[in-house]
Design a protein around this ligand. Structure first.
Ligand SMILES: *Cc1c(COP(=O)(O)O)cnc(C)c1O
Length: 822
């Protein structure tokens, strides 16, 4: 990115930054904080020195924000999430503080290029995909709209794996983001908490047989040590805290065991502590399902609750006011074990009775559901829970008794209904249903798009909804416009500031002012020129990294997201193969050049997803080399999709692929990032696409395919994919080419089962939606032919996406769930 493409805030947010004194500060930081002299400093040293200069300013605001919340006795939000997909932090901080240009100039005066050192900052990739990125956008928005908030998670030493391709196959490598240290974080050893596992529970009975209390004596212990990272809101308004826990042994070595000759056993707790914060499970929309994962969930939930209660007690003295002063939010069911943990802390440690503790718990917690996929709904075997968390298992039974009593009393359920409501799944291996636990322990349960919330009421939580009809509500997801427009697309941001003024920087609704310019030919040209610059930037990266030449005037058709069968990258690839056939059989037609971009990681254990990556690469190799294609179709798989790559790909896209099987994508947020950057969506009526269509207007989005209801109907009443395939010559030909090995001559059978599955059951309706999708793509071709018309639609998309800001989402959470003033 060039200096000319960035922009400066209209007025400095805090101070006047003069280049000379800022440069002097950077040199001082380099010398005294990094321990280097300018003559020997490496680019990483300059990066650390620059971050620390800005961090000093942030700290001032951080302390002020904390003190203000304390003095006012403000209600605090605690966002518990096993994932925070933060990406790089430096640009965010510079830009939100209005220091970007000042830092650029100061560094330039020292002979250092800000863009070069910014590119060295590793992504904090502590998340898989949408769920983790949502948590990151929420952290930024909570600081922006001035809500006192803490994010709580785990400081994974190895976050999301780095993806490389080897002969078109995904290879997973550890991401070592902490190698050069982390200049953003503060270790807070003094704020460590002890976390126990296993052991036994004793019930102490008072005289007269009354049960007095339960004492849990764990047989394993670790320390949870917090690391704090400041999160700066827009214009430095407020600075909140992301507190990530790291595991440490209570005793580095158990000397009694060591002295008894058990040298391995002496290190057991040390190893366990290390394992707890070692890796993020790379499972997206999939149960991780292993003992270590449950331990991670409990580790961070317990540490966070102990921290919250300690803060509350030190400020207010007793816990009866907890629900008035703290809103604890569970991002999916990963922290659901916090429900019995809070009950345990209230009853066993604070001596509060069950009824009171249960009431406090429900009024404090809220829960967001992220998926309806059965393979993603968490549940843990009862024997595992009993072994690892014996006291929690007792409490879960107590909750269950309470809830089932209420259900019986409501007269709304027969025995089957009661069985479905129970926290314990009884058929087969007995398991604890974490979704039900989170639901019962919360006063609010929300979905993440209007459609998803409706489906929650009809499917996973149908019975629970019947019992508590007020509890489920919708909060459609959003994205922060600071990262996903201002920072990633400075060209477009600059153009808009010239066109509609600076109001939209603080009130994203003002983007609507752009609508009127869609009919202005001069503006359209400038808008198209910005898009072209962004496409050139991406084309250069593709050339450098992959040695593939792509034409920036081609239509950039982009599908980047986790690889999952429900997201249907396969539908896109099969359509590409069909298009390849068409281009070769009808060379006389006026084909428009198109580049299909793919990117995304597959869970390492998800064989079909990995095979789909290989297929995209196999098809790319054949298509890109075929002279008969004449460059009209190129296929590019970009390795290692992450936040930083998204930041260059979103602004460069013309067409955004949001083609999940209807009813399966809870919301999507990638869809929003694309549209905000002027891409037109081709998509199904799924997740937030439904609401995007309402906002941008039917003419400015291309919708195709089965609805959620139609998909469900076909699954109920049977559907014959073989007949569908045989009735579609284009589809049949593409599938038979893939399964017969046209793209895999080295292993002709490679895709036989993958494609065979489409003929047999086609659970994700790839065949069912193919013709509609292909027709929609030809409609896109026609739209693309009319270049001013296309640009006008793109402008309408940008103008009408303001509602999808995560500031709006967060205000709704604050008002309707947390009871926090905004
Ligand atoms: C936004 C984002 C996602 C979510 O994308 P969807 O298309 O909504 O699945 C995943 N990964 C990264 C890096 C993102 O920035």
């Amino acid at each position: 990115m060039t200096g000319a493409m960035t922009f400066e805030l209209p007025k400095p947010a805090m101070d006047d930054f003069d280049t000379k004194s800022l440069a002097a500060e950077i040199l001082k930081s380099l010398r005294y904080r990094v321990g280097k002299d300018a003559t020997v400093a490496t680019p990483h040293d300059w990066l650390a020195a620059s971050i620390k200069v800005v961090r000093d300013r942030i700290i001032e605001h951080w302390i002020d924000s904390t003190k203000e919340a304390y003095d006012e006795g403000a209600k605090r939000v605690y966002y518990l999430s096993l994932e925070f997909l933060m990406g790089r932090l430096m640009r965010d901080a510079f830009s939100n503080l209005g220091m970007m240009e000042a830092m650029r100039d100061a560094l330039a005066s020292l002979g250092v290029d800000l863009d070069v050192i910014a590119g060295l900052e590793p992504d904090a990739a502590l998340g898989n995909g949408g769920l983790g990125r949502l948590a990151a956008c929420f952290m930024e928005s909570m600081a922006t709209v001035d809500i006192p908030a803490h994010g709580y998670g785990i400081r994974y030493v190895n976050g999301m794996f780095r993806q490389e391709l080897s002969d078109g196959w995904q290879v997973e490598l550890p991401e070592t983001w902490l190698d050069h240290g982390n200049p953003w974080e503060f270790e807070r050893r003094e704020r460590a908490f002890e976390i126990g596992f296993g052991g036994r529970v004793e019930s102490i009975t008072a005289k007269g047989g009354r049960l007095e209390r339960h004492v849990w004596t764990p047989n394993e212990h670790v320390l949870a040590v917090p690391y704090d990272t400041p999160v700066v809101g827009w214009r430095g308004n407020r600075v909140n805290t992301l507190r990530l826990w790291s595991g440490f042994p209570v005793d580095p070595i158990l000397l009694d065991r060591f002295n008894a000759g058990d040298h391995i056993g002496a290190l057991a707790e040390s190893n366990m502590a290390d394992a707890l914060s070692r890796v993020l499970y790379p499972a997206d929309s999939h149960r991780a399902g292993q003992e270590l994962r449950l331990k991670q969930e409990y580790f961070f939930s317990s540490a966070s609750l102990q921290d919250i209660l300690q803060r509350h007690l030190s400020q207010y003295g007793d816990l009866m006011s907890l629900p008035d002063k703290a809103a604890i939010h569970m991002n999916d069911t990963h922290p659901a074990i916090a429900v019995p943990e809070l009950l345990r802390l209230l009853m066993d440690i604070q001596g509060i009775d069950f009824d009171t503790a249960w009431d406090l718990t429900k009024r404090t917690f809220a829960y967001t559901n992220h998926t309806l996929l059965p393979e993603a709904l968490e549940s843990w075997p009862v024997p595992l829970m009993e072994r690892l968390l014996p006291r929690h298992m007792q409490i879960i039974y107590a909750i269950n008794a309470q809830v089932l009593l209420e259900a019986r009393a409501s007269d709304k359920f027969n025995d089957d209904g009661i069985r479905r409501i129970s926290l314990i799944q009884e058929d087969g291996e007995r398991r604890v249903r974490m979704g039900n636990l989170a639901f019962f322990g919360s006063h609010s349960v929300n979905g993440v798009s209007a459609l998803h919330t409706e489906l929650m009421k009809q499917t996973v939580f149908a019975d629970l909804h019947k019992l508590y009809p007020e509890r489920i509500n919708n909060k459609t997801n959003g994205i922060t416009p600071r990262r996903w427009l201002f920072q990633c697309n400075p060209g477009l941001t600059g153009l808009m500031r010239e066109t509609i003024g600076d109001g939209f920087l603080d009130d994203i609704g003002e983007l609507a002012g752009l609508d009127a310019f869609a009919s202005d030919a001069a503006f359209r040209e400038r808008f198209a020129a910005v898009k072209r610059d962004n496409k050139v930037r991406l084309a250069n990266i593709v050339g450098e990294r992959l040695g593939i030449k792509v034409d920036p005037s081609a239509l950039f058709d982009v599908q980047i997201k986790r690889i999952h069968e429900y997201k249907r990258q396969l539908l896109n690839i099969v359509e590409a193969v069909a298009l390849y056939d068409q281009i070769r059989s009808h060379p006389e037609k006026d084909w428009l050049p198109r580049v299909k971009f793919f990117g995304g990681k597959a869970a390492p254990s998800y064989a079909n997803a990995k095979l789909i990556i290989k297929l995209a690469n196999d098809v790319a190799r054949v298509v890109n080399r075929d002279p008969a294609v004449r460059g009209l179709l190129k296929i590019v798989f970009m390795p290692n999709y992450n936040v930083s790559l998204a930041e260059v790909m979103m602004p460069a896209a013309d067409l955004s692929e949001q083609i999940s099987t209807a009813g399966m994508e809870a919301s999507g947020t990638g869809n929003m990032k694309f549209a905000l950057n002027g891409a037109i969506t081709i998509g199904t009526l799924d997740g937030a696409n439904v609401e995007m269509k309402e906002k941008v207007g039917d003419d400015n989005i291309v919708i195709f395919g089965l609805t959620a209801e139609e998909v469900a109907e076909r699954r109920r009443n049977g559907y014959n994919p073989r007949a569908v395939i045989e009735a579609s010559p284009e589809l049949a030909q593409a599938l038979s080419a893939i399964s017969s090995g046209v793209f895999s001559p080295d292993a002709p059978d490679r895709y036989r089962d993958l494609i065979g599955g489409l003929y047999d059951h086609d659970w994700f309706q790839v065949a069912g939606d193919f013709d509609a999708y292909a027709a929609a793509q030809r409609q896109v071709d026609e739209m693309w032919r009319n270049s001013p018309g296309w640009t006008a639609k793109a402008i309408h998309n940008v103008a009408r996406m303001g509602w999808f800001s995560s500031d709006r989402t967060i205000r709704q959470y604050a008002e309707e769930i947390w009871g926090v003033p905004v």
